[in-house]
Design a binder for this molecule. Structure first.
Ligand code: BYC
Length: 474
């Protein structure tokens, strides 16, 4: 399908040929813009930002760079190219042709999955709305806004599916996506992590590393869906998602690099001395990591889930890179879970593999997270320091699944609640840690300059130099 970039809503779904759908989406468009002005990035809407915009899905068109004012960003609807004769890749309908329409019996489940996915996109923009004021450089400010406009586009991607395939229910859900708000006491966002405040840049980098990575795994799982429009939508979203994780990965790496520089200069790793020098000590970074990693683990759902089993059986939501698995049916296979035994220990239980899909995907996610840690730890190794960043156990600080509300230490050993309460300040950011991190967050808006607590990036965006004017203020 050809790209219609000049249309009021840029798209490659032939929107012009479906007047009813076009009108419905054109009705939603001003509501989206209202939401953007009210709850999107605060105060920078008149600035020109060096942004990447998707104007089509081919290699030439998906990354076009230019100065854009955020409200003028062309939020469009783009689906990856249709695959010829695509077949259901897993579950009970394996090998049958994929669906171009929503089967009636799966309508409410698919709608729920699309709404949950869609809900996270504006949520993250809301969480990050004040960060622009404290950006550590113009380069970072631009990256924040790139992430924000693309999350807005990902919302459009889900809203398109709701409008195009779910009739009046879908239109109502699309409205509600703009009515729930991150952290709102009455109408919060659906998933836990998306109600956590992101009020400093260390949290932003942790979020883009760990939570956007959940996004990657969930989108990959949905890209396997037998509902082909959902699959194609998610495939294209994944091309944009990679940059978000890059922002987190390099952001955390630059924070650690800068801390190492000052550790060397001062000849100490004493957190107080490092804080006096204006950098973020390694134990604080580790605590932030513990917080965001454990929160993001909850986003995979329960470790034993009948929902997940039904999604898999019915071909609605699969496993990332399903093709790599030998068994695509998994009706006979099982998986061993490690569960709390209720007596302060651990016991094993075998459950049907289909019920364990969330856990299988979570394990793949943890392996993917480890790659960043290896990179960050290389900075420490090369500088000759023995400290290392570590991922806490998947049992630590969980609020979803079998380990929810079971007190463990970061190594995953069950401990009494008393010990957890006594020691949690060693493991999770305290109000003092947060106050310190906030205290070093000041906007640095001079070309090429960086805040005291972060090293410059290795290279700029789209081959531009690091001191490029990534954001022009007006
Ligand atoms: N918080 O059987 P269970 C992204 C609910 S991030 C609150 O254990 P299931 C992005 C669950 O909804 C990716 N509630 O789990 C990143 C269910 O409720 P209902 C977002 C939770 O269903 C950064 C109940 O508990 N995409 O794109 O197998 C920036 C029992 O659930 C939580 C998706 O999540 C939680 N953490 O799996 C921007 C994909 N966890 O339905 C964007 C779509 C579970 O009984 N969602 N619950 O009322 C899904 O596939 C599934 O809903 C989940 C849960 C994986 C989230």
């Amino acid at each position: 399908m050809e790209s219609n970039y000049q249309d009021r809503i840029p798209n490659n779904v032939g929107l012009g040929a479906n007047r009813t759908l076009q009108r419905a989406l054109e009705h939603w468009q001003p509501e989206f813009l209202n939401w953007w002005h009210g709850l999107g990035p605060s105060d920078f809407n008149a600035s020109s930002v060096y942004l990447r915009t998707a104007i089509s899905v081919d290699t030439k068109g998906w990354a076009t760079f230019d100065y854009v004012k955020m409200p003028d960003y062309r939020w469009g609807i783009f689906l990856a190219q249709e695959e010829n004769d695509r077949r259901v890749g897993f579950g009970d309908h394996f090998g049958q042709p994929v669906w171009q329409q929503v089967p009636g019996e799966h309508r409410s489940t698919l709608r729920r999955l699309i709404v949950t996915q869609g809900d996270t996109e504006p949520a993250s923009v809301e969480q990050q709305r004040l960060l622009g004021h404290t950006a550590p450089s113009l380069y970072d400010l631009r990256n924040l806004f790139q992430v924000n406009v693309e999350e807005g586009r990902h919302l459009w991607a889900m809203v398109y599916l709701l409008h195009a395939y779910f009739g009046r229910d879908g239109r109502e859900e699309a409205e509600e996506l703009l009515e729930r708000h991150s952290g709102d006491a009455d109408k919060p966002r659906i998933l836990s992590t998306f109600n956590e405040p992101i009020s400093d840049w260390l949290s932003f980098y942790m979020f883009t590393y760990f939570t956007d990575r959940d996004g990657k795994f969930q989108l990959k799982s949905l890209a396997e869906s037998s509902f082909d429009p959902l699959s194609r939508t998610c495939k294209f979203m994944l091309t944009e998602e990679a940059h978000h994780m890059f922002v987190g990965d390099t952001g955390i790496g630059r924070v650690i690099k800068r801390t190492i520089e000052v550790m060397k200069e001062l000849g100490t790793d004493d957190p107080n001395a490092l804080r006096k020098a204006g950098v973020i000590d390694l134990p604080t970074t580790q605590k932030y990591l513990n917080f965001w990693f454990s929160s993001s683990l909850d986003l995979f759902g329960g470790d034993s889930s009948s929902n997940a089993a039904a999604y898999f059986a019915n071909g609605l939501k699969g496993r990332p890179d399903e093709i790599k698995y030998e068994d695509h049916i998994e009706s006979e296979s099982s998986f061993t879970l490690e569960l709390p035994d209720g007596k302060g220990g651990v016991r094993e239980e075998r459950i049907p593999m289909r019920n364990a899909v969330n856990e299988v995907v979570r394990e793949a996610y943890v392996r993917d997270c480890e790659k960043g840690l290896a990179r960050w730890n290389r900075h420490l190794e090369e500088a000759g320091y023995p400290q290392r960043m570590t991922l806490p156990s998947t049992r630590f600080r969980r609020t979803v699944g079998s380990w929810a509300n079971i007190a463990t230490n970061p190594e995953g050993k069950p401990i009494g609640l008393e010990e957890f309460n006594a020691r949690q300040d060693e493991w999770l950011p305290t109000s003092d840690d947060r106050a310190y991190v906030h205290s070093v967050m000041h906007g640095v808006f001079e070309r090429g300059k960086m805040a005291s607590w972060i090293a410059p990036p290795e290279r700029g965006i789209n081959t531009q130099p690091i001191d490029f004017e990534y954001v022009r203020f007006h």
